[in-house]
Design a protein around this ligand. Structure first.
Ligand code: SAH
Ligand code: SF4
Ligand code: F3S
Length: 461
């Protein structure tokens, strides 16, 4: 800890401090990775900045999941080209880097399309970032997208305690990466590689460090987080359920969450953790994508709609107040009106507290993109609107059902108004709380007075 605490005060060699601007797209795993990259660069003498025009190094941590996400990067690079030219006129060097899933998927193609880019680095090699930046500063274009043999997490420096503190009382912790499931619409198995679980000892040590720095809530991350497995200190094979019990023993950690889980990997031990572990929050993101068995099969999800409904029944038996969240895709190739109606039926049956829905986006290299019977854009639009109307209604009804109830809120930050603080409900909703209710990091009891469109309002009890 001491060692890391001093790192950020010792910009190396070149003397003057350099600045890095990191922009993050995509999922929470990218948010986590951006922090780890910033930590690695801090050890190299780069301090983070929020002002892109002050940055000696600009890093875009990108997402490839849908076409729109991937294309955003190129419009951003267009703006950055002008910025780099302006800085060059003042004699200032700017290194431009692309990291993340677009980097992994497109590699040197990015430099061909956007010559302003100096370095491209894939998610599996972030521990080599300092070396890659050094090389890029000599004027060489660097593309680092090979899967590393060594474990990047072992080589990435831990953040200084005060850096953790500055990031707040909640934190992400990636425990699993990659995916072996190959859903036919999805790029993740290609951009993140095959499923890898981090060892128990590494995860526990990181969670302990977070807790020591004041973190109260940890969200375990993975593209298939509930496929996580590892050897426990007892020599036995642990799954995510067992790991959650271990993490709940860490002093200071009051709340645990995990995301994203796959229906096929919800085992009994994990469902029991929802029943028996008070620290595990009653909120579960469990994407289903579609309610039609025909489409689920074409998507290679390897379960039926009834399998999913039965699973949720078991989870709700174990933890009756659990709030369900999900992901949906409309307009997968071959999706008929009837298939779409099946999705609406499933949504009505489950009742979601929160959900994310997308129009199918054909991705290069995935089997789905090759399928005949691509659904027309206007049909996708119409289906998305209908689905979102239903999901919004359910989300609103869930929030309103909390009015009048006393709930625990973890205070996270000051509110917009001086007399307010903002916290989170067990179900992930922002809650506006009276400033005097407690300190940031406290878990306080409040009574919900009403549900707004994005947050809950409360009064002290
Ligand atoms: N591992 C998670 C999902 C990760 S991707 C799971 O299996 O559920 C996050 C979400 O993006 C997916 O759940 C899906 O709803 C959406 N998504 C992925 N590929 C997509 C595509 N090609 N078009 C539209 N949405 C997509
Ligand atoms: Fe993509 Fe399917 Fe893997 Fe999720 S399980 S990351 S949707 S391939
Ligand atoms: Fe996007 Fe990669 Fe995450 S494609 S959703 S950033 S794993």
């Amino acid at each position: 800890m001491e060692l890391n605490d001093t790192l950020e005060h010792q910009p190396q060699a070149s003397g003057a401090t350099k600045k890095v601007f990191v922009k993050t797209y995509g999922c929470q795993m990218n948010v986590y990775d951006s922090q780890r990259m910033s930590d690695a660069l801090a050890a190299e003498g780069y301090l983070p900045t929020e002002a892109i025009e002050d940055a000696d190094l600009v890093l875009l941590n990108t997402c490839h999941i849908r076409e729109k996400a991937a294309e955003k990067v190129y419009s951003e690079l267009g703006r950055i080209r002008k910025l780099k030219a302006e800085r060059a006129r003042d004699g200032r060097e700017t290194v431009i880097g692309v990291a993340g899933c677009v980097a992994q998927a497109e590699g040197d193609e990015i430099i061909r399309r956007a010559p302003v880019v100096d370095l491209v680095i894939g998610p599996q090699t972030y521990h080599r970032l300092p070396e890659v930046v050094r090389k890029a500063r000599t004027g060489e274009k660097v593309v680092e997208t090979e899967y590393a043999i060594e474990d990047k997490f072992e080589h990435l420096p831990a953040p200084a305690r005060k850096v953790v503190r500055s990031r707040g009382v909640t934190a992400f912790l990636t425990v699993q990466e990659g995916c072996d499931k190959f859903c036919t619409f999805c790029v993740v198995p290609y951009t993140r590689g095959s499923e890898v679980s981090r060892p128990v000892s590494q995860i526990v040590a990181e969670a302990e460090r977070l807790a020591e720095a004041g973190v109260r809530e940890v969200t375990l991350l993975g593209q298939n987080v509930n496929a996580w497995h590892g050897e426990g200190p007892d020599g036995g094979e642990w799954g995510l359920g067992r790991l959650l019990f271990r993490l709940a023993e860490i002093p200071g950690l009051a709340r645990l969450r995990y995301t994203t889980s796959h229906p096929r990997d919800m085992d009994d031990a994990l469902i029991e953790a929802h029943r028996d572990l008070p620290a595990l929050m009653p909120y579960l993101h469990l994407p289903v994508q579609s309610g039609s068995d025909r489409i689920l099969k074409a998507m290679n999800r390897k379960h039926t709609a009834v399998d999913y409904l039965k699973l949720i029944e078991r989870i709700r038996d174990a933890r009756p107040d659990i709030a369900m969240s999900g992901d949906f895709i409309v307009g997968f190739p071959g999706e008929s009106d009837e298939d779409f109606e099946a999705t609406l039926r499933l949504v009505r049956e489950v009742t979601y507290a929160q959900a994310f829905s997308f129009k199918y986006s054909p991705r290069p290299g995935t089997p789905g993109a090759e399928l005949a019977l691509q659904v027309e854009e206007n049909v996708k639009d119409e289906r998305l609107q209908r689905l979102q109307a239903l999901l919004n209604e359910q989300q609103k009804a869930f929030a309103e059902s909390l009015a009048g109830r006393e709930i625990d809120v973890l205070l996270e930050k000051p509110g917009r108004e001086a007399h307010q603080k903002v916290g989170r409900s067990p179900w992930l909703q922002p809650v506006i709380v009276d400033e005097k209710a407690g300190e940031i990091g406290d878990i306080v009891k409040v009574r919900i007075t009403k549900a707004g469109s994005h947050s809950l309002f409360s009064e002290p009890v």
